[in-house]
Design a protein. Structure first.
Length: 47
């Protein structure tokens, strides 16, 4: 597998996400709540 990827030159692409994608991720992170109880973690999506 290493030989397959080593033949291609490393190029830097300027990745610019859409505004909708950024808004979706921000809203999701705002709605996500993690509750710690002893050694357990509960994830709740407050939507």
């Amino acid at each position: 597998m290493a030989k397959l990827y080593s033949n291609y030159p490393q190029t830097k692409n300027n990745l610019n996400p859409k505004k909708e994608t950024v808004d979706f991720l921000l809203n999701y992170s705002k709605a996500l709540s993690v509750i710690h109880c002893n050694k357990l973690k509960f994830e709740a999506l407050l939507n």
